[in-house]
Design a protein around this ligand. Structure first.
Ligand code: AMP
Length: 165
């Protein structure tokens, strides 16, 4: 039996090495391993969130149609993170890509290893701004607000600036 196709939104971020290349490789691997790429946002440059001193991030959002179940999608995403984070063969390098599952259709997941909608998506401008490029009118299934509405309500004041069309 096949799982039905679900429309999912993912957030991608990188702040190590050739950030744009890591984003592009992640998009390619997601479309190879996880489903059909339906849309991708512009790339944005954003100041790091929180207190850690680290380089600025590049962030983007993608939409996929996937037949993977939520936990299968998470496993595939973690595998892509691992494959792109491994910068040297003999040793684990710093993490070069972060992939978050933001929305999985209207499905709500509250497992030990997976929370969907992503519990911080509405608090992060670097997540909402790219997502608004490709899903402005999509409803958050718990808050019953669109991505555009969440962006207007978002308290995060960190700069998020578009670097590609
Ligand atoms: P991080 O180190 O912040 O990338 O967190 C990775 C871990 O967060 C994964 O091993 C997941 O088990 C967990 N997680 C929970 N909810 C989500 C989600 N919506 N998207 C991605 N990872 C999630």
């Amino acid at each position: 039996m096949h799982n039905k196709v679900n429309h999912v939104y993912l957030s991608l971020g990188s702040n190590i090495g050739n950030r744009a290349s890591f984003l592009n490789q992640a998009v390619r691997l997601l479309s190879q391993n996880c489903g059909t790429l339906m849309a991708q946002s512009a790339i944005y440059e954003t100041a790091p969130w929180g207190l850690l001193a680290q380089d600025d991030f590049l962030n983007m959002a993608v939409a996929l149609d996937t037949a993977l179940l939520p936990n299968e999608l998470l496993a595939a995403v973690l595998q892509i993170e691992t494959s792109l984070g491994r910068v040297r063969t003999e040793q684990w390098g710093p993490r070069t890509i972060d992939i978050d599952i933001l929305l999985y259709g209207t499905v709500v997941v509250a497992d030990k290893s997976l929370t969907v909608p992503h519990p911080l998506m509405h608090e992060r401008r670097f997540t909402l701004q790219p997502l608004a490029d490709i899903a402005p009118n999509v409803l958050h299934p718990l808050f019953k607000k669109t991505v555009t509405e969440l962006l207007l309500l978002c308290p995060d004041t960190a700069a998020v600036s578009k670097v590609t069309a």
